[in-house]
Design a binder for this molecule. Structure first.
Ligand SMILES: [Zn+2]
Length: 153
């Protein structure tokens, strides 16, 4: 099986494509090699991946996704990981930072916070992106656009 046929590169990867590919290639084939965060968090997860790889070059990613407005980054150290606690600390720090970065545009600052449209659809957004989301959502029946493809929790 080729290592390149089954990764799911986001359409908006742009300049982050190679960094995202590094993450996607760490996911075991049978897990589904996609990430489910939006563009504003790509730099965050790429930076996290590089920091983890510096500690443990062969670690695995299991899932990188948004849940309840926060990053969830599931991974597994390799057998030769020398400092799993440091890896765990990096992931926790990145998950916490995600609550201060707009998931859509990457903005940071005092106007970035959790925005809930309803209890099933919570995102970390800046005020501009939150207003845009709510405008868009009201024109399409309020149906969340990014809840699909049978992910398991
Ligand atoms: Zn934004």
């Amino acid at each position: 099986m080729s290592d390149h046929t089954d990764i799911v590169m986001p359409d908006d990867a742009g300049e982050h494509a190679s960094g995202l590919a590094d993450i996607l290639h760490r996911i075991p084939h049978q897990w589904g090699r996609w990430i489910r965060v939006r563009k504003g968090w790509y730099p965050l997860i790429i930076e996290l991946d590089q920091a983890l790889a510096a500690i443990d070059p062969h670690y695995e990613v299991h899932q990188a996704k948004e849940k309840f407005g926060e990053l969830r980054f599931y991974y597994a150290p390799s057998d030769c990981a020398t400092n799993p606690q440091a890896m765990s600390d990096l992931v926790t720090a990145a998950e916490q930072r995600s609550t201060q970065i707009c998931e859509v545009c990457g903005a940071t600052g005092p106007d970035v916070h959790l925005n809930s449209k309803d209890r099933f659809y919570i995102q970390t957004l800046c005020m501009t992106c939150a207003a845009r989301r709510d405008q868009t959502a009201s024109s399409v029946d309020g149906e969340p656009e990014e809840r699909k493809d049978g992910e398991v929790d």
